[in-house]
Design a protein. Structure first.
Length: 99
């Protein structure tokens, strides 16, 4: 009995034609997004302003950290430039003293 059911299932599977790709119905994604936005506003009226605040705070942190990094890099470059010029001056004077 079991073998008959399995054989029947395998035969019907072998006779099946190629699957047609399943696509979403027209306008489904638009309806989903509209329902999501409506439920977000109804559920919590603070959601859009909160997201806006988080985005502005994140942008401010990024700007401040970028300015600090650039300032630090400039200071390091100035210190490195002074030390290299001093080292070259010392080397030049040592070479001239020996000649």
């Amino acid at each position: 009995m079991k073998d008959q059911k399995i054989d029947r299932l395998l035969r019907s599977a072998a006779q099946a034609s190629e699957e047609v790709p399943v696509s979403m119905p027209f306008g489904f994604d638009t309806r989903v997004v509209a329902l999501w936005r409506a439920s977000a506003i109804k559920a919590n009226g603070l959601t859009p302003p909160l997201l806006r605040r988080v985005a502005l705070l994140s942008a401010a942190v990024i700007v401040i950290s970028t300015v600090a990094a650039v300032r630090e890099a400039r200071q390091n470059r100035e210190q490195l430039g002074d030390s290299l010029s001093n080292e070259f001056a010392i080397a030049d004077s040592a070479i001239q003293d020996e000649v």
